[in-house]
Each structure stands twice: as structure tokens, then as C-alpha cells.
Design a protein around this ligand. Sequence first.
Ligand code: PGA
Length: 313
Amino acid sequence: MIQATLHQLHVFETVARHGSFTRAAEELSITQPTVSTQIKQLTKSIGLPLFEQIGKQLYLTEAGRELLETCQDIFTKLSNFEMTVADLQGKKRGQLRLAVVTTAKYFVPRILGSFCQQYPDVDIALQVTNHQKLVRRMLENQDDLYILSQPPEDLDLVARPFLDNPLVVVASSTHPLTQRQRVSISALQGETFIMREPGSGTRRAVQHLFEREGISVNVRLELGSNEAIKQSVAGGLGISVLSAHCLLPELVIGDLAILEVDRFPIPCRWYAVHLQGKQLSVLARSFLDHLLSESQNIPTVENFVKKHALQLS
Ligand code: PGA
């Protein structure tokens, strides 16, 4: 039986995550020699090297990679156990780790706000990233729950749809196409376009539609941020396709307009997702219930537009 303390495993996991003894020492508020001693003792009891140093870079050995996976399992199980104990005591505490696609950041923090009011002892770690990076996190089991549109069909997932995420064509309010009541999709042919980065789900949905309809746009800019795309569209750099939920403030201010283009909006939905077989923590289950009920109060884009008496073009 390997003689390793939980503390040593914790130090090892932190070094492996950062790829650095110094940063691990900083995170754990201990000295670097203490980190080295803990790793030395752990290596000795395992009997195989856990890291190798090549130049300035620290790499995990095969034993190190296996140990990292084991540590992540142990810590997740322990943290779930702590939450279950707190739950049995009538309290909710612990950490909820969420990862959401960039378009979901426009409503998830508000839902988290009301969740935390209900459970003030809960800590939240929220990662906002694009579709591809989020799927990678899911495969590495890094978080409790994921929110995305277009859940990958080749993975064994539990996916609960909860809110429409229409993707619309957006233009500056001074763009000539805003003069038209209805725009045929062929009018987009050759338009100067601002596209999300490779790996974005929004980009993939747009490319599928354009391919199907034989439309080729002139991509002037690729940007990894919905906010930067909105500013570029408002600045007249081109048109784009974004989640309507990203646009609500700019529609009120009047900087941007949604074009009523045939075949749009692209009908997407957000899903709360996790891998089949994942044991959801007490907190993740509570948050999921909260999300499914609270998301019904998020205004649809149509309601929002009505409330602010906006024209969609
Ligand atoms: P993304 O989001 O474009 O940031 O990847 C896509 C989605 O809504 O799933």
C-alpha cells in the first residue's frame, strides 16, 4: 500500500495543474522548499518519478498523469462527500464548478446571484469559454456542470434543454440592409462579415447554414469575443451573427439592429449538460433545479423587444 498523505496529494495536484513548483507554493501559501520536500517524499513512496524537467518546462511522467487523474477523483469524491454531509445537516456548502459557453454569460451570473442568495455558504467557480474548449473540459471532468448549445452528438451525455438561444444577423443601425423589411439570405452574399474564432459553436452554426444555402461572405475579421464583435459591428466594420441574448443592451441604445433575414434566426437552445455516468454533487443538482426553474423568467428576445418598444430592423 502506497504511503501518501492527503496533503502530499494536494501539493502534487497543485504542482501538476500549474506545471510549476513556484506557482503551487504561491497558491498553497507554503514555501517552495516545502513543496519540493512533499513531492520528494511522495515520489519515494510511489517508487517512480512523477515529473520530469526539460529545460524550464515541467512535464508529468506516465505515473504522474495516472496519479493526477486519481487525485482528481479522490478530491471530487471528498468534496461531494462534504456537501452531502452538509446537506444532511440541513446546510448547503462547498464549491459549485460551472463552465459555460460565451453566449451564456449574459444570463448565468444572474441565475447564480439568486442561487447564492438562497445558499450563501456556496462558493462558485465559473469558467466562460467557447464550445470546443468547454467540451474538452467536460471530457477531462473538470467541472460539475456545463451550459452550451449544440451538445456534441458523438458523446454519451445527459443534456437538458432549458432556453432558446436564437442566432440572429446583426448590423450597425446605419447599415443599408436595415432599410429593408425583409432581407433574403442571398443578399448576404459577399457582405463584409465578422466571424467568431475557430472552436466557437456560433461560428459552426453559421458556417453550416451558409454552406447549406451556398452563401459566401467576405470575412474581414475573426474575433474570439462577442463583445468585441458587437463593437466592431457598431463601428461599421461589417455584419455578423450572434446570439440575440448578447445584443439586448445595444438594441435599447440603438447602436445595433437585428436584420430580418430569411432562414434566420438559426434556432439553437441552451442545454445543461454532463457526461452520462457522472455523479452530480448535491450542489450541482440544486443548481440544476434552480436553473431549470429560473430560466423560465428570462425574457425572450421578442418579449424584450416588445417591452422596450423596439423595431427589429
Ligand atoms: P460559442 O457558444 O460560440 O461561444 O462557442 C456557442 C454556444 O452557444 O454553444
